[in-house]
Design a protein around this ligand. Structure first.
Ligand SMILES: Cc1cc2nc3c(=O)[nH]c(=O)nc-3n(C[C@H](O)[C@H](O)[C@H](O)COP(=O)(O)OP(=O)(O)OC[C@H]3O[C@@H](n4cnc5c(N)ncnc54)[C@H](O)[C@@H]3O)c2cc1C
Length: 454
């Protein structure tokens, strides 16, 4: 049995920042990953991340080989391709990173801070004693030997596989399953182009609910002749295969004529509000394992690092106070909900609204500026969006027989506000959680009902 203060399972973006934060405070941290050291960070991703995440975490910006390209904004195309929103500004300024090298840098930051890294080590199950997580059983993938790691707190940062969260007993009161309708399944390729892209400063998003039901497709330039291109669809039995859709609907564009694959692969991302509760006795859950992803565009690198930093600080306090119970770790829930969770929950309502639209609705909404560039910019930042439905727009839309759409938009805007307010009043201790959760469920039910009705 190996003993540490904290075990972090998963050396992704979230896990590395959590490990660094705890190690910085002088605690003994063990960071494990099933990948080999040199493979850490090599993940199927869109590779785009906002500059503000680096500012918030005081991380150096990517440079040299880690930086593929700087981006100034996003272009969003309506399904009929007639309307293009060009969204730019300081808030959307960001980087296309070399995901592998970025992940390697984060791992180095964690180990430089003092975290012990165990490569090729797969967590199998949590160790639970007297209703507390006290460690992890893991397997050394090189020798096949099983090992037991002991820690006062265990962090599940294992991504969507959520190896620990999914095996927690009900008495820890943490949701163990995620609805498949809240997961987007994607296929992505890095492609070398034959022809040059004239403007590489914008990432491009194509909305089309026939091509990409519940999701979207993207073309993110990495250089004049290299792009990250992918397509995601909501996970359901009737959804098409994202690889087939990418090949049939996107790679047929003129831009890809004569292009070749550098590499490709699939992946999944949870696009919903964060888990209701991300702590239990001796456990904190971060990143994709806690559904900390922007529900609109699926960006999760930044939120996972934010989750890692907030969880790390709370864990340091909890160990220092000699209270690693659910209650001692509770402040992590409060801190995350107030900094990003409330925004995420509001955007989840907007996501459900968008997923319930038809291509026709989207074409109209964009063409008549019912949904504006500003709304989408704010949505991408997780900020309050004011879907303004004035009497004037109602008159215009009555003219084009779209009043149902206008009404849904107005109801959605109001529900987004209520949802955000509810998350901002997240209980300061576990005592108020039951009541808060019931009200939250009612709000989610309302959002789902509105989508079904559309
Ligand atoms: C196709 C696609 C495109 C995306 N595009 C973007 C984008 O452009 N921008 C953006 O910000 N986000 C994007 N995302 C989302 C982003 O990749 C994730 O939200 C983010 O990586 C989550 O970080 P994490 O630390 O929670 O998990 P991960 O980065 O997934 O890390 C989890 C780690 O846990 C390890 N692990 C898993 N199981 C075990 C186990 N049993 N034992 C030990 N280790 C284990 C894994 O090997 C991995 O290293 C995209 C996702 C996909 C699928």
């Amino acid at each position: 049995m190996k003993k540490f203060d904290v075990i972090v399972v998963g050396a992704g973006t979230g896990g590395c920042i959590a490990a660094k934060t705890v190690a910085d405070a002088g605690f003994k941290v063990c960071l494990i990953d099933r990948k080999k050291r040199e493979e850490v960070g090599d993940k199927v991703c869109g590779d785009a991340i906002g500059k503000h995440h680096f500012d918030n975490l005081e991380l150096d910006y990517p440079v040299e080989d880690e930086l593929e390209r700087e981006m100034v904004g996003i272009k969003i195309y309506s399904p009929d391709m007639e309307t293009v929103f060009s969204v730019e500004g300081e808030d959307l300024y960001g980087f296309m990173v070399n995901r592998h090298l970025f992940g390697q840098r984060l791992l180095k930051i964690a180990t430089d801070a003092g975290a012990d890294f165990m490569e090729s080590t797969q967590a199998l199950r949590p160790t639970i004693e007297n209703r507390f997580l006290t460690g992890v059983s893991a397997k050394n993938l090189k020798t096949g030997r099983e090992i037991n790691l002991h820690g006062q707190v265990v962090v599940d940062a294992s991504g969507l596989s959520s190896v620990l969260r999914s095996r927690l007993p009900p008495e820890l009161e943490i949701d163990t399953a995620i609805n498949k309708e809240d997961i987007i399944v994607c296929f992505r390729e890095i492609r070398r182009l034959k022809e040059q892209i004239s403007d590489t400063s914008f990432c491009e998003i194509y909305l089309n609910l026939q091509f990409a039901p519940g999701g979207y497709s993207w073309v993110f330039p990495e250089s004049e002749t290299k792009v990250n291109v992918g397509l995601g669809v909501v996970t359901s039995r009737s959804s098409p295969n994202p690889k087939k859709q990418l090949y049939n609907c996107i790679l047929t564009k003129k831009l890809f004529k004569g292009s070749s694959i550098v590499r490709g692969g699939g992946g999944q991302v949870p696009t919903r509000r964060p888990l209701n509760c991300m702590t239990g006795n001796g456990i904190a859950i971060i990143g994709d394992a806690a559904c900390q992803v922007n529900p609109i565009h699926g960006g999760g690198m930044g939120p996972s690092m934010m989750g890692g930093a907030i969880a790390g600080k709370t864990i340091v306090e909890a160990i220092s106070n000699d209270d690693v119970s659910r209650s001692g770790l509770w402040q992590y829930n409060v801190g995350y909900m107030q900094s990003y969770g409330a925004k995420q929950a509001g955007l989840d309502v907007f996501r459900l609204f968008l997923q319930g639209l038809s291509n026709d609705d989207l074409d109209y909404g964009m063409k008549y500026h019912m949904i504006t560039e500003k709304d989408l910019l704010k949505a991408s930042m997780g900020e309050d969006i004011h879907l303004s439905v004035t009497e004037k727009t109602i008159r215009v839309f009555r003219g084009v027989k779209r009043l149902g759409f206008v009404k849904r938009l107005r109801d959605t805007a109001s529900l987004i506000k209520r949802m955000r307010k509810h998350y901002r009043s997240y209980p300061s201790s576990p005592e108020g959680f039951g009541k808060w959760k019931n009200e939250m469920r009612n709000l989610v039910r309302e959002a789902v009902k509105m989508r079904v009705a559309s």
